[in-house]
Design a protein around this ligand. Structure first.
Ligand code: SF4
Length: 756
């Protein structure tokens, strides 16, 4: 089968490729007529997504054709961006960064990796060499506003921070979700195209879904039961759930019996938390908690899945850990229908390997200003601004960004915005001049999503079924509308500059070094392996080398190229104990660092709670953090950046639907339009992140016309989850006050529209 089909004589071709926009990895069928994308729809033959597509997936054409997209390297001269050649741009980078490196402090140049970096081959393969060549400890990424608690948990429990169990959605009988809204996010740390369809299938086969969330989301509506929880208390509730399972004598380890260390210690540490002791804090009655504990333990198979709402709190790692404890004590960890580990085609084969390894540790170095420990080679992004602002040895004076928009996605973003403006030099790899990249001195534009090869190196390791799919570029690199350099070459050239090779160094040097490293790691002769792949472009040669030495037989780049609908490698398989890399070779369920932090959680049971309204974020299917707000078809319609508030809380404050409020936290104040709705719990308000466009220096004509405010002017950078460095972006105490001129009397408030 060919990757591309051409209707004879029509000038029309159809190509199949994986959507790179989110973690769901849907297959797309793209029709190109006379050189332009004419239609995009779900690929019905895709082995994984089977035709599913969301509204974002069909907008790749609009992204590709967006006149506001950066298509030429830009150099800022006298405060104005000027188009430049690639040579001029790389010389400017070498000169600008070189000035700072010449002062002898490699830590003075920091790196920020945004979310899109995880969705590209360049990010998956080339960012590592770039960071290594930069030789800086100041590496920051979107992981510490999103998912670092899960990495830390996996590091301690399984010895590998990237060994993340995912709910076996297609076989489970019971799904308990916390802080997750896959109807809007399409799933996260759980690659599952058509998550809604997979949820419907659980219920259709007699299974049960319970969603715990302060908001009655679409996901909650599609569940059998919605339990409203007080924001930020997921760890408390999960701890109580485990204790109740223990007290009811329902603990079973299933196939992991004999493969677990530290459970007794963990259960003792969790003893203060039970259905009664957490009821007031979580606002979940004890009867419900005990019932869920029994349901979870009694289900033939069950999976607990906690996502961003559980991670972006001060107890994110504890909540993440307790998700795995609940999976473990109900016999569902590494068991079909439970929480299982994918076997990605690019992973090292583990079958037959002896369990055990070096384990996981943090704190190999510490941040300069606040002393935060390094975690997985990174610093908390909440510390980026202070590292830029604070003078002294090691001060961050320059920054390289790859994708992302931390000025919209990171805590205390007004402070970060000002800090970026004070940098001596900044380089950004990006397709837009957004609120962050407007501060850059040099912008290096990556090609559009359809003009570069794509393979989800990261997300097939988080997939609910073992899958592999490769997409060659739809538009050739020499398409005159494209920037003319693939993203991996941009990153490779930066790595060579950072490595002292200069702006004119040939990237094939780096490709060759990377290929040799891969071959030697696999115990192979690099020369022989390279000779066998001489006919392949360098990146495909590396991918082929990894595939042919991965856990599956008969996989290689040629087979992927001739399988445009992907290759199904089967359902998830039990992988313990072989894949364990803990020092004991066991699942270390009670690590000292985590159990120590449990005492911090226990202290909250006896301190007075903050009774202010608590702010949470929310996702929308037509949004992708901040970067797709320049796509007209996605942002049209009723403004979505509204402050949701319960009718009782609205009435108490004289706030009306459609009015305007001032939302104030300890960090800042924003004004937002109000949406009164009983879908949100009393005491909780919600504002989505990623909005607030039209700032001077940005280029995004559609985005500039959208209404909305930047919710991260409310989130503080002083509160983080100490175990993971993850920012607290949820459960922010706020005051909400009607803005004079929009305040109506209480009767009007009571009559205000309630959207349900
Ligand atoms: S769900 Fe994600 S991968 Fe699928 S079409 Fe939408 S954006 Fe693309």
């Amino acid at each position: 089968m060919s990757e591309t089909t051409e209707a004879s004589g029509s000038g029309e071709i159809t190509q199949f490729r994986t959507c790179p926009l989110c973690e769901a990895t849907c297959g797309l069928e793209i029709t190109v007529r006379d050189g332009r994308i004419a239609r995009i729809r779900g690929d019905r033959d895709d082995v994984f997504s089977k035709g599913f597509i969301c509204p974002k997936g069909s907008t790749l054409r609009q992204l590709h054709e967006d006149p506001d997209r950066v298509r030429t390297p830009l150099i800022k001269r006298n405060g104005v961006f000027v188009e430049a050649s690639w040579d001029e741009a790389f010389h400017a980078v070498a000169e600008g960064l070189g000035r700072i490196w010449d002062d002898g402090d490699r830590n003075a140049v920091a790196m920020y990796l945004g979310n899109p970096t995880a969705h590209s081959i360049a990010g998956g393969m080339f960012i590592g060499p770039l960071v290594k060549a930069m030789g800086t400890v100041n590496v920051f990424s979107a992981s510490t506003v999103d998912q670092m608690p899960k990495h830390v948990t996996s590091g301690y429990l399984f010895g590998n921070a990237n060994s993340i169990p995912v709910p076996d959605l297609d076989r489970t009988d019971y799904l308990l979700m916390l802080g997750a809204n896959p109807f809007e996010s399409n799933g996260s740390l759980c690659t599952a195209p058509d998550f809604p369809g997979r949820m419907a299938a659980i219920r259709a086969r007699g299974g049960r879904i319970v969603t715990v969330d302060p908001r009655r989301t679409k996901t909650a509506d599609a569940s059998d039961e919605h339990i409203a929880i007080r924001p930020g208390t997921d760890a408390l509730w999960l701890a109580a759930l485990v204790t109740e399972i223990d007290r009811a004598g329902l603990i079973t380890l299933g196939r992991l019996d004999g493969l677990v260390e530290g459970l007794d210690r963990a259960l003792v540490a969790l003893a203060p938390f039970d259905a009664d002791s957490v009821a007031a804090r979580t606002r979940i009655d004890a009867t419900t908690t005990r019932r869920i504990a029994r349901e979870l333990a009694a289900a033939p198979s069950a999976a607990v899945y906690g996502r961003i709402g559980t991670h972006t709190t001060e107890y994110g790692t504890l909540a993440s850990w307790l998700v795995e404890v609940a999976n473990l004590v109900t016999g569902n960890l590494d068991s079909p229908g439970g929480a299982m580990f994918p076997t990605p085609a690019f992973g090292a084969p583990t079958t037959g390997r002896t369990p055990g390894g070096r384990g996981f540790s943090t704190g190999r170095w510490r941040s300069r200003v606040s002393g935060h420990p390094e975690i997985k080679g990174e610093m908390p992004v909440a510390a980026l601004a202070e590292e830029i602002e604070t003078p002294g040895p090691g001060q961050v004076r320059a920054l390289v960004t790859s994708g992302g928009n931390p000025v919209r996605s990171c805590p205390n973003s007004a402070r970060l915005d000002a800090a970026l403006a004070s940098l001596e030099f900044m380089v950004s790899i990006d397709i837009y001049l957004n609120e962050t990249t407007r501060h850059a001195d040099v912008v290096l534009p990556s090609p559009s999503a359809v003009a570069k090869p794509h393979l989800d190196l990261a997300f097939y390791g988080l997939s609910v079924r073992n899958i592999i799919n490769y997409s060659p570029p739809l538009h050739p690199a020499d398409d005159p509308t494209e920037p003319g350099m693939d993203e991996h070459e941009i990153v490779a050239r930066l790595a060579l500059i950072a490595g002292g090779m200069g702006p004119e160094a040939d990237p094939s040097m780096l490709y060759s070094m990377m290929f040799t490293t891969l071959a030697e790691r696999a115990g192979l002769d690099a020369g022989d392996e390279a000779a066998a792949r001489e006919h392949l472009p360098p990146v495909e040669a590396m991918l082929d080398l990894m595939l042919t030495n991965g856990p599956y037989d008969d996989l290689g780049i040629e087979r992927l190229r001739s399988s445009p609908h992907g290759i199904d490698l089967g359902p998830l398989q039990p992988r313990l104990p072989e894949m364990l890399r803990t020092t004991s070779g066991l699942v270390e369920i009670g690590p000292e660092a985590i159990l120590t932090d449990v005492t911090r959680l226990a202290a909250t049971l006896t301190t007075a709670p903050d009774e202010r309204l608590l702010l949470v974020g929310r996702r929308h299917l037509r949004s992708n953090n901040s970067w797709m707000h320049n796509v007209e078809v996605l942002v049209k319609g009723r403004p979505r950046c509204t402050l949701q508030i319960h009718p009782e809380d609205a009435a108490d404050r004289g706030v009306v639907d459609g009015g305007e409020v001032a939302v104030s936290s300890d960090t800042g104040t924003v004004h937002a339009a109000v949406e009164v709705t009983d879908s949100i719990a009393v005491g909780t308000v919600s504002l989505p992140h990623g909005w607030g466009h039209g700032v001077q220096g940005t280029v995004g004509r559609v985005a500039a016309g959208t209404q909305g405010v930047n919710s991260n002017e409310l989130t503080g950078d002083q509160f983080i989850d100490p175990l993971s460095g993850n920012a607290r972006l949820n459960a922010i105490p706020v005051e909400v006050a009607a803005v004079p001129g929009t305040v109506e009397d209480a009767d009007t408030a009571a009559r205000s529209i309630v959207r349900t």
